[in-house]
Design a protein around this ligand. Structure first.
Ligand code: GUN
Length: 302
């Protein structure tokens, strides 16, 4: 039997419906919508598409968005000034700087400049530290938390399972592993992270109950590498030239056609993890707004 297709688009749509209700509750309590600033430096076409989708989804769920395009030759100091202005603006709850930024800008310094309370990507050191330590969930890394929600809402338990994460990026691989290993009902997995220096890569993947591919290499994971019935989550979004149609198209890090007859369940590309990342960003924007209000109210009472 071919794998069950995990429909990320449908699951993201239902999360967005929940977020819409949260936005309404926030608005009725505080008289304004949660607000997200989205900065895009430069004109990378893929980043432009991602940012456009983020801003469109803000409108769909009722979040006020402020799109801030900056030229590719923007000096780092000007970007840091803009972030300082947004940090000080009490009507802005979340700040996102689309990655990658041009090479002339130090991305680590940019991430560090964002107020951790407004860090809706969960990229900064204190938020990553909180994630690793566990406990109360505040701002969560969008793509890894999206993957966890995809699994949970598809009825796939990670508890005690061998999960192999392919890739060790700061955006996906590392926070994904940190989340999966937490003692929590939606996690509790035995996690292996494999990467470019891993020996016996195929052996690790072959024993995985759940494979999460996030290496940015088109169709890297082949059907023959998978255990029969494995759950396959494909985080990759790669644009390739399709010889058959003579057009570009998107493929994941997994060879979908090969994996389909072997896997127990699989996410498609597009329509799998991608919409979940945006849905979790929306959720984080509302969480940031609520936590900021909670902290402000607590400070007032003192
Ligand atoms: N570039 C690719 N994915 C992301 C993301 O989740 N957040 C930001 N800020 N940039 C990205």
């Amino acid at each position: 039997m071919p794998a069950k297709i995990i429909d990320g688009k449908a699951i993201a749509a239902s999360i967005n419906e929940e977020t819409k209700r949260e936005v309404e509750i926030f608005r009725s309590k505080y008289g304004r919508a949660p607000a997200l600033a989205v900065i895009l430096v430069g004109d990378d076409p893929a980043s432009q598409v991602y940012v456009r989708n983020k801003i469109r989804t803000c409108a769909e769920v009722g979040i006020r968005s402020e799109g801030i395009p900056m030229a590719a030759d923007t000096p780092e100091a000007a970007l840091l000034d803009k972030i300082a202005e947004l940090n000080a603006d009490d009507t802005i709850d979340g700040i996102l700087v689309q990655s990658p930024v041009p090479e002339t800008i130090d991305e680590a310094r940019v991430i560090r400049a964002i107020d951790p309370a407004k860090d809706v990507d969960c990229f900064c050191e204190s938020n990553v530290g909180k994630l690793l330590i566990g406990g109360e969930r505040g701002l969560m890394p969008c793509t890894p938390f999206g993957v966890l929600e995809l699994l949970r809402r598809s009825g796939v338990s990670c508890r005690g399972k061998d999960v192999v994460v392919i890739g060790r990026s700061n955006i996906v691989g590392k926070p994904m592993a940190a989340l999966l290993m937490q003692k929590a009902p939606d996690a509790d997995a035995t996690v292996t992270v494999v990467h470019s220096a891993t020996e016996h890569l195929a052996e690790h993947i072959a024993r995985a109950d759940i494979v999460i591919a996030a290496i940015g290499k088109p169709r890297f994971v082949k059907g023959a590498m998978l255990k029969k019935g494995a759950v396959v989550i494909d985080v990759g979004i790669n644009r390739i030239f399709d010889e058959k149609t003579g057009k570009n198209r998107l493929v994941g890090d997994v060879d979908f056609d090969e994996a389909l007859p072997v896997a127990g369940a699989i996410t498609p590309v597009p329509g799998g993890v991608g919409p979940m990342t945006i849905a979790m960003l929306m959720r984080n924007a509302v969480t940031a707004a609520n936590l900021r209000r909670r902290d402000a109210d607590a400070a007032e009472k003192k």
